[in-house]
Ligand binder design. Structure first.
Ligand SMILES: C[S@@+](CC[C@H](N)C(=O)[O-])C[C@H]1O[C@@H](n2cnc3c(N)ncnc32)[C@H](O)[C@@H]1O
Length: 247
């Protein structure tokens, strides 16, 4: 399972980077995300781990905000993009090849763990969150950013499927690309816990079981993140959410 997931992200790394990198290169997008991260982490410089860093989007953003950042990912292809992005932006941060469920770091060595769009693609979320908790210092902060948009197309309500078809010409017109709405093949998607879970409720349950405290879900997150145009283009995919918790 893990090898298939890793293979998928290695194959997709170039296209994925191209689709998401505007967040660190365009001022408007960057400002929106920096406000979100500052709200979740505060303004003190922290030692932060970006798990499943991919092309290093959150990692670069956090480094520019003054944090000491390490990004870890299981995909060599993604880490290459992350290193290219950080050198283009002249940011200094560390990238490590490794597995989110088995981190190569000492216990209680980070002030915060950030993960964006990662937990849905991890085989065992409870094991991963326990591992992320292990490397957090007491009082350290966990920030989970994810979405409900990883349902298989066939499992989405009819309204959303129609909306998806209508959004195609809009994306082609404004972004000059043909959108791709399903990240993975059906078989792999069906095996992922996130295809069959009610989120963020399931995430909260796991955090509680693991002993996290001050668990808080930002109910306005989708609205804060998406402009009206973004919503027209991508709103059919589902909702984004941000969860904060403290060790
Ligand atoms: C949708 S991408 C998100 C990338 C990045 N966090 C972002 O915000 O754009 C999911 C990432 O999780 C990584 N990933 C998946 N399973 C992993 C694992 N077990 N350990 C570490 N990284 C993993 C993938 O390689 C991929 O880079």
């Amino acid at each position: 399972m893990k090898d298939r997931i890793k293979g998928h992200w290695n194959t997709r790394s170039r296209e994925y980077d191209k689709n998401v990198r505007q967040v660190i290169y365009f001022r408007r997008d960057k400002r929106v995300w920096q406000r979100i991260l500052a709200g979740a982490l505060g303004s003190e410089p922290l030692r932060v781990l970006d798990v499943g860093t991919g092309p290093g989007i959150m990692a670069n953003m956090l480094a520019e905000m003054g944090h000491q950042v390490t990004g870890i990912d299981v995909s060599e292809g993604m880490l290459k993009r992350a290193r290219d992005n950080s050198s283009s932006l002249h940011n200094s941060l560390e990238f490590v090849l490794g597995d989110a469920e088995n981190l190569p770091f000492e216990g209680e060595s980070f002030d915060a763990v950030v993960n964006r769009y990662v937990l849905w693609t991890i085989p065992d979320p409870k094991r991963a969150l326990a591992e992320w908790r292990r490397i957090l210092k007491p009082g350290g902060r966990m920030v989970i950013i994810d979405g409900t948009w990883y349902l298989r197309t066939a499992d989405k309500p009819l309204r959303n499927r129609i909306w998806q078809h209508l959004s195609v010409p809009l994306i082609m017109l404004t972004e000059r690309r043909v959108p791709r709405y399903q990240d993975m093949d059906d078989d792999l998607m069906a095996r992922l816990w996130s295809s069959n879970a009610r989120r963020p409720e399931a995430d909260i349950g796991i955090l509680e079981d693991l002993g996290f405290e001050e668990i808080d879900v930002d109910g306005e997150f989708s609205r804060r993140l998406m402009t009206n145009l973004d919503h027209l283009k991508n709103g059919h995919c589902g909702e984004y959410f941000l969860i904060r918790a403290v060790k």
